[in-house]
Design a binder for this molecule. Structure first.
Ligand SMILES: *Cc1c(COP(=O)(O)O)cnc(C)c1O
Length: 374
């Protein structure tokens, strides 16, 4: 199966790639290879599931075609994928990171890899006046995330990649349907497949896609040497989930755009942040590098935000995002509870901020639910 050279449309690739290993059964979809080990000398070159399994290869092929990449390597979770990338650095290496990165990435930099001499420095990389820091510091890696969590900042992937340092983009919030970092010049595109790629909130996973053979070797090494591999069943579930990525993302985008526009007109809503609304500070950049605004909306409410969350019926108050079902998150008491209040508020995460992961339900029902809760 060709990956990067595959000229078929996105949806066709999502449906038709990653369908091998059916033997002579004629099965239209591949089986789950629930085996820990393989007989020596088999034609496909498998030895032990920590270093490879047919279900990993199928998932890696399909995500590589979606990211427009030569290679992809699958992991047990998004955090495992981040571990794989950071563990490839060595003591003394510097990471320049966007200051609004995912909390677990920040925690890993500061509480795990800092102990081994990998240093991270943080800048607001949505401001191009901070980019000369990248040219001056010559980091081993630039760590981007776009859109960011929960404020949905958009970073200029092509502009930052053109500075020459290797760039990794956490593409989780956009998914490869809406944004392909490697085509914009990034070295690595990383996703928590737990979110949009699998899309059904029934397993964890992570993936790293690249066109760089040396980085691919490092990812394969990390998968087996650090024990970061997923289970074959989770790889199978994720391969099934990604087949419908295009149709799900189209609905997530349409629902979120309609909801965001509706929210902007509500008196109790102080502000609405959604990349494809004209009011978003980087709306033009978002439209340049993404083909849709995705399903995430962040707003600030007047009054008790937690009471509002609890009154909703179709939006479950829960962490995570990107599933078919709508969720709502109150960052101040959930994802960012560990951040001191003053620090949180300084970056805009007040007690009134709530983040929606807009699902693929009927948008009229979602709006009615918000209306009764407001
Ligand atoms: C959820 C998430 C991760 C971590 O992924 P897990 O699968 O939960 O380990 C990393 N980055 C972003 C942006 C995420 O939303």
């Amino acid at each position: 199966m060709t990956t990067k050279g595959n000229k078929k449309g996105f949806s066709t690739r999502a449906v038709h790639s990653g369908r091998g290993f059916v033997g002579n059964t004629g099965a239209v979809m591949p089986p789950v290879y629930l085996t820990s080990t393989f007989a020596q000398g088999n034609a496909d070159g498998f030895d032990y599931t920590r270093s490879g399994n047919p279900n990993f290869r199928l998932l890696e092929q399909s995500i590589a075609t979606l990211e427009g990449a030569e290679h992809a390597t699958c992991f047990a979770s998004g955090v495992s994928a981040i571990t794989a990338v950071v563990s490839s650095l060595k003591s003394g290496d510097l990471i320049v990171a966007e200051e609004n990165i995912y909390g677990c990435t920040y925690r890993m930099f500061e509480r795990v890899f800092a102990k081994f001499g990998v240093q991270a420095r943080y800048f607001d990389l949505s401001r191009s006046e901070n980019w000369p820091q990248i040219s001056a510091l010559k980091p081993a890696l630039v760590w981007l995330e776009s859109p960011t969590n929960p404020l949905l900042k958009i970073l200029d992937i092509a502009g930052i990649s053109a500075l020459g340092a290797p760039v990794v983009v956490d593409n989780t919030f956009a998914s490869p349907f809406l944004q392909r970092p490697l085509e914009l010049g990034a070295t690595l595109s990383l996703s928590s497949t737990t979110k949009y790629i699998n899309g059904h909130s029934d397993c964890l996973g992570g993936i790293v896609a690249t066109n760089d053979a040396a980085w691919h070797k490092r990812m394969v090494f990390a998968q087996k040497a650090l024990g970061l591999q997923p289970s074959p069943f989770d790889a199978w579930l994720t391969t099934r989930g990604q087949r419908t990525l295009a149709v799900r993302m189209e609905r997530h985008c349409a629902n979120a755009l309609a909801l965001a526009g509706w929210l902007e007109k509500q008196k109790r809503v102080r502000w609405v942040r959604y990349p494809f609304l004209p009011s978003h500070p980087q709306n033009q950049l978002a439209r340049k590098q993404m083909s849709g605004g995705s399903g995430m909306i962040t707003i600030e409410l007047d009054g008790d935000a937690l009471a509002f969350c609890r009154k909703l019926e179709l939006f479950t108050l829960a962490e995570s995002l990107g599933g078919v079902e709508s969720l709502i998150c109150h960052p101040a008491t959930m994802t960012h509870a560990g951040v001191p209040k003053a620090v949180r508020e300084q970056v805009g995460i007040t007690d009134g901020v709530v983040r929606f992961s807009v699902g693929i339900e009927d948008v009229a029902d979602l709006i009615a639910d918000l209306e009764q809760a407001l």
